[in-house]
Design a protein around this ligand. Structure first.
Ligand code: IVH
Length: 716
């Protein structure tokens, strides 16, 4: 084939592919099968690889990815990408509507309308088109500048690579910018997570062991770690799972290899159009329709409202209607429809005065309480757990949920057989918030607190001034031994990978481990005797245990699981008593005289170190070579962050805030919640807001998450 024949063929294929693409992804009216479509695309990719000179930046072959970007360049937005202010209540919303009406009436504009739109829960992007070609795409970033992710965005099939339109020729000639949201369909999100769970299962011996970061309490002192994750047993499969479609979208857009982005199937919906070619006399709704004409994916679910009632109607409809959508929305957006009036109202430094976001309340679902079981925590607490008819709620299936304690079950007046209402607010674990009494069956049974421990049958006791029931068999109860081991191995404590529920159960049942000290004398032959252990998994576990020996002293103290001693208190103790020897020698008074340690904690710590079992455990840890002293002083002198103040803003991708904070503290740094001249570093995660802006205006040192990890020496 000659170059010019190839060119002709390529042109024809491109036109055909983009037309099918538009029919499929934007109009939802495909006219050929997926198989035939893929064949056309393959043909084009092949031809372009034979005639590389003919590859153009707008070729649909980019849809399959291929470009690899090391670092995304930062690009300035031509117009700032400000965000919306949020309201959560009908009253606030009414106030916004009335205020806007009053201002506009005062300015002599009694007639105007609002556009009510869905608030898509994804990642905001801006797309620039010149001469009808998509030339640059960027994330919102801090609103002033974002990451240039053009190649990744080109793989999104609802983003046109070229735009043609006779009626809107001026727009094409003068260039335009489209803003909108990139998101992942709920079904694609579930598929992606299922694949990741499978991958994870293969790479790990027991996927049920990992507890997701989202459900791990920052400070597990009074929480039984084992209970915090029961509501979503599926989520335990991997910390590598995305918590929701939004996180999955953010993670995907950050991929350096656009082929990976292409695989993950993202969607884009357009919600605003900017161009010098557009007269101010157009309304927002008209601009949405122009976007649609140009080939963008524009939701048909917006509504032009002329009264408060119409707005409320819209909200009411979508508050429940959202469940039937194929993607996630987290609220609605109201915008003044007339662009001249938008301009007149203007904006504050943070958000426009002509628009507002209304966030929906937490999600709820009804299901049946089939039974109540009882869990024994590491400090002996008996926790009632609701066994539910599995129900879908905010993207996951819930079949168990903690009922916390018996005061809570009485407060809710919940009975076995009842229909209960589950609520999930934000990304937290769902909880039962009430009972639908109308559906109570005649044979509903009261929840009776057990008299004996469900695991060791020891009669339970009630501790003074505390609500819960406890199993007093501290040393002999399997539930408590198991709970303590799990806590010791948990991420904020000694962080022993692969030592999860299933393995702890095996070790305990085989009488190999009774306390954390026993972990360090485990041998490979012992592990090989156990089910599901092979050479590799045994070695991995032993290596993970050995690695834990060098964890900080504070983590060790936290890992001991002393009642009332969370991570923060453990740090205080590690700083005040620099070694285990000093801690063991300290009296109740010494603890009580430590700043930030109150009477209850002092008593609990003193009691803990008086116990003979504690002495036995610590001797074992010492013999194993576990680090039993603080090296705060030494660290402060050598530390990367000695005396420096660090502020975190926005959401971090790879670390929890707690873990990131710990890295700072371990290196002699200080944490602060507010940005000032005295701040040394501002670490900016995704969607960082006003703090980042302030840091910029003060000319402070701003670090990305990766730069921060490099500074912490974590990535090397
Ligand atoms: S308009 C100045 N419309 O919500 C107005 N935003 O802070 C700019 N969003 O960052 C936004 N759906 O990512 C607008 N229909 C919609 C939206 C929407 C979702 C996001 C957007 C923005 C955030 C609000």
């Amino acid at each position: 084939m000659t170059q010019s024949q190839a060119q002709k063929k390529i042109n024809r294929l491109r036109q055909e592919i983009e037309a099918h693409n538009h029919r499929y992804y934007v109009l939802a009216q495909p006219s050929i099968s997926d198989f035939d479509f893929d064949k056309l695309l393959e043909e084009l990719v092949l031809l372009e690889s034979q005639f590389p000179d003919l590859v153009t930046p707008d070729s649909p072959s980019w849809r399959v990815g291929g470009a690899v970007t090391k670092n995304f360049p930062t690009v300035l937005h031509r117009e700032r990408m400000i965000s919306l202010s949020n309201t959560y209540s009908a009253e606030d919303l009414t106030e916004f509507l009335n205020r806007t009406k009053k201002t506009l009436e005062g300015e002599g504009y009694p007639a105007f309308s609002f556009v009510a739109e869905l608030k898509f829960d994804g990642i905001a992007v801006s797309l620039r088109y010149e001469h009808g070609k998509f030339v640059q795409g960027a994330t919102r970033g801090d609103g002033t500048a974002g990451d240039e992710i053009t190649q990744n965005l080109k793989t999104i099939r609802t983003i046109p690579l070229t735009v043609q339109s006779k009626p809107h020729q001026a727009l094409i000639d003068q260039g335009f910018e489209v803003r909108g949201e990139v998101f992942m369909l709920k079904s694609d999100f579930e598929k992606l997570n299922a694949e990741r769970a499978k991958l994870f299962e293969r790479s790990r011996m027991s996927p049920a062991d990992a507890v997701p970061a989202e459900s791990e309490p920052a400070d597990a002192a009074e929480t039984d770690a084992s209970i915090t994750s029961v509501a979503e047993p599926k989520m335990k499969a991997s910390e590598k799972l995305f918590a929701n479609p939004r996180n999955a979208t953010a993670g995907t857009l950050k991929q350096q290899d656009s082929r990976e982005v292409a695989k993950r199937k993202l969607t884009m919906t357009a919600y605003s159009l900017h161009s010098p070619a557009l007269p101010n006399t157009t309304t927002h709704a008209e601009r949405l329709e122009i976007l649609r004409d140009l080939g963008f994916n524009v939701s048909t679910d917006y509504r032009v409202c002329h009264s408060l009632e119409e707005v409320q109607d819209f909200l009411l409809h979508w508050e429940t209607g959202r469940e039937n959508l194929s993607y996630e929305i987290d609220g609605a957006v109201l915008k003044v429809n007339e662009i001249t009036l938008q301009k007149l109202l203007g904006e504050t430094s943070k958000s426009p005065r002509w628009a507002i976001a209304y966030k929906f309340s937490a999600r709820r679902a009804e299901t049946k309480l089939k039974d109540v079981t009882f869990q024994v925590g590491r400090i002996g607490t008996i926790t009632p757990v609701a066994e539910l008819d599995p129900v879908r709620l905010a993207g996951s299936t819930i079949s168990r949920s903690t009922l916390h304690n018996f005061d809570e079950t009485r407060r809710l007046d919940v009975r076995i057989g009842d229909t209960v209402i589950l609520e999930k607010s934000g990304d937290v674990i769902p909880k039962i918030i009430s009972v639908n009494l109308e559906k109570r069956p005649a044979d509903a049974r009261e929840i009776m607190p057990p008299e004996t421990c469900p695991l060791c049958r020891t009669p339970l006791v009630r501790r003074e001034a505390e609500v819960g029931l406890y199993c007093p068999n501290e040393q002999g109860c399997a539930g408590q031994i198991r709970g303590r081991l799990l806590h010791y191995a948990s991420r904020n404590a000694m962080d022993i990978e692969n030592l999860g529920e299933a393995v702890v159960d095996q070790l305990f049942t085989a009488s190999l481990v009774r306390d954390a000290g026993d972990l360090y004398v485990l041998t490979k032959p012992q592990l090989l005797e156990l089910d599901r252990f092979g050479e590799k998994s045994a070695e991995n576990l032993l290596a993970a245990i050995a690695q834990s020996k060098s964890r900080s002293f504070a983590r060790l103290i936290f890992g001991l699981g002393i009642r009332h001693v969370g991570l923060a208190t453990a740090r205080v103790l590690a700083d005040a008593f620099a070694s285990m020897t000093l801690l063991q020698a300290a009296t109740f008074e010494a603890f009580q005289n430590t700043p930030e340690i109150g009477g209850t904690i002092a008593q609990s710590v003193a009691d803990y170190f008086l116990k003979s079992e504690t002495k036995v455990l610590i001797d074992k840890l010492e013999a194993a070579g576990v680090r039993l002293q603080s090296d705060v002083k030494l660290k402060i002198e050598n530390a990367a962050l000695a005396g420096k103040t660090v502020v975190f803003t926005g959401s971090l991708e790879t670390l929890s805030r707690d873990a990131a904070g710990q890295l700072v503290l371990e290196r002699g740094g200080k944490l602060s919640g507010t940005v000032s001249k005295k701040t040394d570093y501002v670490v900016a995660g995704g969607e960082a807001g006003s703090k980042l802006e302030k840091a910029k205006s003060l000319g402070l040192n701003i670090l990305s998450e990766t730069e921060f990890l490099n500074l912490m020496d974590v990535n090397k």
